[in-house]
Ligand binder design. Structure first.
Ligand code: AMP
Length: 208
């Protein structure tokens, strides 16, 4: 699942994963959990994340390889927030079985809409879940809602710069593939979900 920060990748990836009965693999969530748990990985990632930069390719590729080798990922998975650089995409290609297509869904949202969305977005301060707009407490665990540190305006601007510099080339990397689909992410979440389901069905064809 490709798209700029705040495109709705997390929400949509979670939904596709639930519907298809495969794990949702979010590198951002993995790093946030590691930061909370205070592991060595968390310590390495914390400052980079808070500045809006990217964790190094070696570290990210290592944790994703480990995650995809777990048995629950044997029949498929939804990747969210990975790959984010061409080097990560090349590493992913190397570790994939050619028999299964890599469906690339690119959620397109204009930059002005992103800045507005991230400014309004709240996450649970206890479990990290993204809150529905207008909520007051987390629907998953009842925790308080907070602005994610990297959703602060200045960090968002840096994340968008990093996206343009490091992640947009990925769109070019994938765009030529028959399994690439762009969907309009600048519409309500149910509409995006419908377009994503149709995009995946059109790639997988008769396997649906
Ligand atoms: P996300 O929740 O996907 O926006 O990720 C939050 C932060 O985690 C990013 O701004 C990066 O600092 C880091 N991160 C997540 N995924 C990656 C990745 N594939 N490569 C490098 N850094 C990542």
């Amino acid at each position: 699942m490709l798209g700029p920060p705040g495109a709705g990748k997390g929400t949509q990836a979670e939904r596709v994963a639930r519907e298809r009965g495969v794990p949702h693999v979010s590198t951002g969530n993995m790093f946030r959990e590691a930061v909370q748990a205070g592991t060595a990985l968390g310590k390495a990632a914390k400052a980079v994340m808070e500045s809006g930069g990217l964790v190094s390719d070696d570290i990210v590729i290592g944790i994703v390889r480990e995650r995809l080798a777990r048995p629950d990922a044997a029949t498929g998975f939804v990747l969210d927030g990975f790959p984010r650089t061409v080097a990560q995409a090349e590493a992913l290609d190397e570790s994939l079985d050619d028999a299964e297509p890599l469906v690339v869904v690119d959620i397109e949202v204009p930059a002005e809409a992103i800045v507005k969305r991230l400014d309004a977005r709240r996450v649970c301060g206890a479990c990290g879940a993204i809150a529905a707009p207008g909520g007051t407490v987390c629907v998953k665990c009842g925790g308080p809602l907070v602005l994610r540190k990297d959703d602060e305006a200045e960090v968002v601007r840096e994340r968008l710069r990093v996206y343009d510099r490091d992640t947009l080339p990925l769109v070019e990397f994938y765009r030529r593939r028959a399994t690439y689909r762009a969907v309009d992410g600048d519409q309500p979440p149910d509409g995006v979900a419908r377009d994503i389901a149709a995009a995946i069905a059109s790639v997988l064809g008769v396997q649906q």
